[in-house]
Ligand binder design. Structure first.
Ligand SMILES: CC(C)(COP(=O)(O)OP(=O)(O)OC[C@H]1O[C@@H](n2cnc3c(N)ncnc32)[C@H](O)[C@@H]1OP(=O)(O)O)[C@@H](O)C(=O)NCCC(=O)NCCS
Length: 158
């Protein structure tokens, strides 16, 4: 049941968003990555100032219920979906679809012609369903640990 609304990020969301991110990576993405990779991706200590700057400057949308945040997504000024995370207890309820749809709307409003993303192994099927195409396998180095993923693109003009 959809009881959330999607709106802009507010600075007061930061701590809850970081917590959601850590929990989702640790509980959901662990199906596709080693424990070492998971802890490099979502370490105990994250750089809060870096996160705050990015979420403030980029287009960040948050799906919120009366009980808290159930997902968030981040679009960069160069048309990249930087982040898209849904709460571990609310996977597969279409929250990711709804957030991505709203981010795509914002992208079109800004005149963006295509979107890119660096999808995790876990999220690649989701992004394919949303119309993204894989252009390359990629490896990202995070805190000295290599993580596999996919470089994907979606044409917004079709
Ligand atoms: C990827 C993610 C954001 C998708 O959000 P979601 O709300 O769970 O997905 P939705 O319910 O909107 O799913 C839409 C479709 O994608 C499919 N899908 C979603 N996740 C999937 C997965 N891991 N594997 C296969 N299909 C998946 C759903 O089955 C659904 O298909 P349908 O339309 O045929 O029913 C969410 O699973 C998530 O937080 N993943 C972990 C974090 C992550 O990897 N984020 C990306 C960072 S690169």
């Amino acid at each position: 049941m959809k009881n959330y609304k999607i709106d802009r990020y507010r600075p007061g969301d930061l701590v809850e968003i970081i917590e959601l991110f850590k929990t989702t990576v640790r509980e959901v993405n662990k199906q596709d990555y080693t424990p070492e990779q998971i802890m490099a991706w979502a370490p105990d200590e994250v750089d809060q100032k870096f996160w705050a700057r990015r979420l403030n400057r980029y287009t960040t949308l948050v799906a919120r219920t009366d009980d808290g945040i159930v997902g968030f997504g981040v679009l960069s000024p160069n048309a990249n979906i930087e982040m898209l995370y849904v709460h571990k207890d609310h996977q597969l309820e279409k929250t990711g679809t709804d957030i991505l749809y709203e981010l795509e709307k914002k992208a079109r409003e800004k005149g963006m012609k295509k979107l890119t993303t660096q999808a995790s192994i876990t999220a690649s099927s989701f992004f394919e369903k949303m119309g993204f195409k894989t252009i390359a396998k990629q490896k990202q180095l995070l805190r000295g640990v290599s993580l596999e993923g996919y470089s994907m693109v979606k044409n917004l003009e079709e």
